[in-house]
Structure formats: C-alpha cells, structure tokens
Design a protein around this ligand. Structure first.
Ligand SMILES: C[C@@](CO)(OP(=O)(O)O)[C@H](O)COP(=O)(O)OP(=O)(O)OC[C@H]1O[C@@H](n2ccc(N)nc2=O)[C@H](O)[C@@H]1O
Ligand SMILES: Nc1ncnc2c1ncn2[C@@H]1O[C@H](COP(=O)(O)OP(=O)(O)O)[C@@H](O)[C@H]1O
Length: 306
C-alpha cells in the first residue's frame, strides 16, 4: 500500500463525513451480545474523502494526517476495501460488471475515536463505486451488505441527521434537525469499542425520547435531557476524556458530550465564529490533541452540502 499525495487525478470523489452521536442510550442486549441502542445522530462537513479512478488491477493508496496509522496493518483489513470486495461479489452475483479500480482514501479522521471514520469510509466507498460502476442493488440487499460491514455503516450510507435503533439498522431520517457549529476534540488516544461495551454496568437504561423539537434552542434543550451511556465506562479506560470535557466546557460550548464509544468529545456553539474561536483556543492550549471546528448537516441533502 503506497502513500499518495492526494486526490489529484481521481475521476470521482466522495465525502466520508464524521458521524456524531449527539445522544446514545443503551437500552438492552441481543442474545448474540450486541447492544441495543437508541441514538440521535448527525454528520459533519469535516471528514475523510474517498477517490476512485479506473485501473488495470485493483490498487489502494492513502494520504492525510491519519494515514500512517492505517498503513501498519494489512490493507485487506481496511473497511474501504472490505466494502469494495463485498459490493463486487454482490454485483457479480446479479451479473453486473465491477472492473478493477484505484481506490484512494484521504484519512483526516482520527482512528478508533467514536466518530465512525472506518464506517464512513466503507459507506463512501459503496456510494462512489455504485456511481462509478453505474450499478444498483435492491435497497434491502444494500442495507444488509452495509450492516455486514459494521453496525454504523447503514447510517453512514445515509449520512444525514437521523434516529437509529436496534444496533443501528433501524433508521428514521430527521428532516428538521438544524445544523450546529461544532468543535470536535480527540486526545489522540484510541479507544476500543468492544472494551467500552464490555465495561457497561447497566444495559437497560431509559430510552431516547425523540420529541419533535423545532429550531436550535428547542433541540439543544431536548438534547440536554439525553445522554451518552458509554461515557462512564469510557472515562474509566481513558481518564483524559474528563480533561477534554473540561476544556470544551470552558470554551463556551452550549452542549458538551462524548460521541460513540469515545474518546472524541464535541461541543455545540451558537455561531460559527464562536466555534472557530473555541477551536483556536483549544489548539493553543493542547497542541497534542486533534481539534477541528466544523458544522453538522441539517436535514437537507448532505451530498449537496458536503
Ligand atoms: C458505538 C458506536 C455508536 O455509533 O460507534 P463508534 O464508537 O464505533 O464510533 C457503534 O454502535 C459501533 O458501531 P461499529 O463500530 O460499526 O461496530 P461493529 O464493528 O459492528 O462492532 C464492533 C464491536 O462492538 C460491540 N458492539 C457494537 C455495536 C453494538 N450495538 N453493540 C456492541 O456490543 C461488539 O463487541 C462488536 O463486536
Ligand atoms: N478506513 C478505516 N478507517 C479507520 N479505521 C479503520 C479503517 N479500516 C479499518 N479500520 C479499523 O477499524 C477500527 C475502528 O476504527 P474507526 O472506524 O475509526 O472507529 P470509531 O468508529 O470508534 O471512530 C480501528 O481499530 C481500525 O484499525
């Protein structure tokens, strides 16, 4: 697997936005061990990017700040390539051609950080390859294929504000969730998702009450009564999360919470300028952390907005 300068020369590129769990309630456990979750989810303009070009044989290259972390393991373990291979098998089964491609991943999102980078890459790969190969799968088959790649992949395929239930396969798109100026902060300590789930002390918590709020103030107030049930076990494994939260609280955020299984925490702000200033102050105070100011999507077409 080679390092590559960037996206120049790729015939099609696709954004792989970060997934933000604005709330995550653990409400049960399936017999196979997977946890039942109620999640309020949005996506950000900031994310990874997948590019493709036709090729004589399949090829995979990486660039971006976090590419080195994915270069150590075998490329075949990369979720973008798993997505390519699974999609190709499904298309060949129905008689659709899926010729070789050069796939490039610009890795801007920290790895194992609770914002679904690998899932976003897999989903973006599915979207861009379906376009490139001018192919389609029945909706139910595509949803199944996405879920095989990971519990977060179906929601990343939609990449728009939604409520997710089950393990992430039951999705309800939210048309009225506003866009929020948001700052993401990760202390650059990777957190293993199964480890966090294993440490949960209780698995049957109150469900998400997703009432139909209208406007940013009403949504903020509704979100304040929601939780991320994975925060408690994550703070035990990764105590620096407390420091991340404290810094975000001090930066003037209207709501601070951890996303997914951590360790990324986010702050929501009243204006883009407030988010930008907060990110600048955080970066100065903690140059060893990953800090980015961005915006979450509203209920409109995410691919138009990205
Ligand atoms: C916690 C969440 C919330 O959005 O996000 P991240 O922290 O990964 O971003 C997701 O549910 C993560 O989804 P994803 O990262 O795709 O998980 P998978 O690869 O399917 O599962 C990895 C492992 O996590 C545990 N797992 C995952 C999802 C779930 N609902 N219950 C679980 O117990 C299982 O041990 C599983 O083997
Ligand atoms: N394209 C990818 N980007 C990030 N991680 C990947 C990718 N492909 C495989 N992985 C593996 O998936 C695991 C989860 O990574 P990631 O999706 O970044 O986690 P999270 O959902 O917690 O943000 C990592 O341990 C990593 O080795």
């Amino acid at each position: 697997m080679a390092r590559n300068q960037g996206m120049t020369g790729f015939v099609q590129t696709e954004p792989a936005p970060a997934k933000i769990n604005l709330a995550l309630h653990v409400v049960g456990q399936r017999p196979d061990g997977y946890h039942l979750l109620d999640m309020l989810v949005t996506f950000t303009r900031f994310g990874d990017r997948v590019g493709i070009a036709p090729a004589e044989a399949d090829r995979f290259t990486l660039s971006g700040r976090f590419a080195p972390q994915l270069q150590d393991g075998p490329a075949s373990g990369n979720l973008a390539l798993k997505a390519r291979d699974l999609l190709r098998v499904a298309l060949l089964r129905q008689g659709t051609a899926a010729p070789p491609v050069h796939l490039h991943l610009e890795k801007n999102l920290p790895v194992a950080s609770g914002i679904g980078g690998g899932s976003a890459d897999a989903a973006a790969t599915l979207r861009v390859l379906l376009r490139h190969w001018r192919a389609a799968l029945p909706a139910a088959e595509l949803a199944d294929l996405a879920l095989q790649l990971g519990a977060d992949v179906p929601m990343c395929l939609l990449a728009r504000p939604l409520v997710a239930a089950g393990i992430g396969e039951r999705l309800t798109v939210l048309e009225d969730l506003p866009s929020f100026p948001i700052v993401l902060v990760n202390p650059l300590v990777g957190v293993s998702t199964p480890d966090i789930f294993r440490r949960l002390s209780t698995k049957e918590n109150p469900p998400l009450a997703a009432s139909a709020a209208i406007g940013a103030a009403a949504w903020l107030s509704a979100m304040r009564s929601m939780r991320n049930d994975l925060e408690e076990p994550a703070r035990v494994i990764c105590p620096v999360i407390d420091a991340v939260r404290t810094e975000l609280d001090r930066s003037g955020a209207q709501l601070v919470r951890m996303s997914g299984s951590g360790a990324t925490c986010f702050g929501l702000y009243g204006t883009t300028e407030a988010a930008r200033r907060a990110a600048q102050a955080l970066e100065t105070a903690r140059p060893d952390w990953f800090v980015v100011a961005t915006e979450s999507y509203d209920g409109g077409d995410p691919h138009g907005a990205a």
